[in-house]
Design a binder for this molecule. Sequence first.
Ligand code: SAH
Ligand code: ZN
Ligand code: ZN
Ligand code: ZN
Ligand code: ZN
Length: 496
Amino acid sequence: MDVTAPNDESFSIEVILSEGGKTAPCCPHGPTLLFEKVRKGGEKGRKFYACSACRDRKDCNFFQWEDEKVSEARLLAREAENQSKRPPFTQQEYCNQFRKFASLPVEEKKFCQDCQILLLPGEHEAHVSHRSMAVSAAQLRRPSVLLRPLDNKKSNAQYLFTDRSAHFLLDTLVALGYRKVLCVGTPRLQELIKLRNLEQKHEPMKSLLLDIDFRYAQFYSQDEFCLYNMFNHHFFDGEASSAVLQAFLTECDGQKVVMVVDPPFGGLVKPLANSFSLISQTWRKLQSSDCSNADMPMIWIFPYFFESRILECLPSFTMLDYQVDYDNHPLYKHGKTGRKQSPVRLFTNISARDVVLPKEEGYRFCSVCQRFVFSLNKHCAKCNVCPSKDGREWKHCSTCEKCVKPSWKHCQSCGCCALPDHPCGHGQEKEGCFNCGSLEHKRKACPLKDTHRISSHRSNAKSGGKNVSHHPLLKSKAKRKSGAARRAKKMAALSK
Ligand code: SAH
Ligand code: ZN
Ligand code: ZN
Ligand code: ZN
Ligand code: ZN
């Protein structure tokens, strides 16, 4: 138990998936999720529905007790609100506009930076007072560069792959023989695939982007983009989109499909795993009967300290040593001097020995483990694994009979290894972090605490319906300090 944490910190918010087939009420982001506050002792609180996608009440303040009676008037108001928040155009309309836009002469191709939309000639007038820029054909092919990354930390933070990581992913998929890539929350990968096709040097690959950011709809045709929420497997365009997905997942002429997902890191693992399993099921149903048991090949990009959580939901997955890095991530990007380590890894059900990690970036093949590992991840003869998770060289502790982080020392009174300055006497606690489930750190040190659902429901007591003041989580004190700086500090602490 964490001695310094006040009592009310000893709870977690659990998601309850598909309770007896009851239909959940909808917010602008599709069906909400059912949550339950669970105390450390196991005592459970009143269940409630909240938004699946937004962890900040400022972004979506939907709240409803599970057993609450909702008046007709409120239902109508809710429906009106949901309607008003829908994207202004259907995918078909976006497509038509894009076609018109693409055929314009260069000097008429404009992009409004304030509204983040492509402007047709008739629209220039309405945006004269806005900042706008000319768009070249090359820029039109790189929407992830043109669009301002959403920096809303709690819901939609967009962290774009460095060229290095994006190319590594694409090259890996090509080498593994995949010809269709389902890009879930990976707009930059989709972009790269389309650019590669333009080179006309290789057999073309197909890609379909599923993302909640409707700005991307402007750049793609109906069979290239679907507005999708990966936390509740919701397609905003309904049947039309499900049909697009089905067609994409159908492997004709031996075109193998793979899925690559890069969800927001504050996201809840359980609903994500559930959505990805549903996609896999759809894929399986479309397969010829000989692979009716197979799982759809998948790569899930997420920080290493979620390993236990992910494997709990998807036991056939393994974590690879490859470190994914990002252009605009405050914590994980490379410094100018030398290489900063990134905690972000690939989790996959593709056989680890087939995923070749680049030698020039310091990876090697371990013939015992039959997988590629980072150079500092030395094979331990006693554990018979390459044990490192964080990229540093771990060392074997003969008392614990396992390998531990280099900075840890064996503590006699705790009976296990820990940081030299650990709160001594609490070593038996094996529960790990109550926020994200990692066994690597405690809730207090969780790098995702501020970005996570739990903190969001605590703050902003003002917003929301009239019942919000009874919300159990709103009673605890709001914590709204400097996000990035604080997380940076925690990340630093984590890597000790
Ligand atoms: N590294 C990726 C981007 C990852 S950022 C790349 O370079 O392509 C996370 C992505 O997931 C963003 O594109 C964001 O718009 C999307 N996203 C965030 N929440 C989502 C949700 N609930 N459903 C679907 N996509 C979501
Ligand atoms: Zn919502
Ligand atoms: Zn090994
Ligand atoms: Zn060992
Ligand atoms: Zn101790």
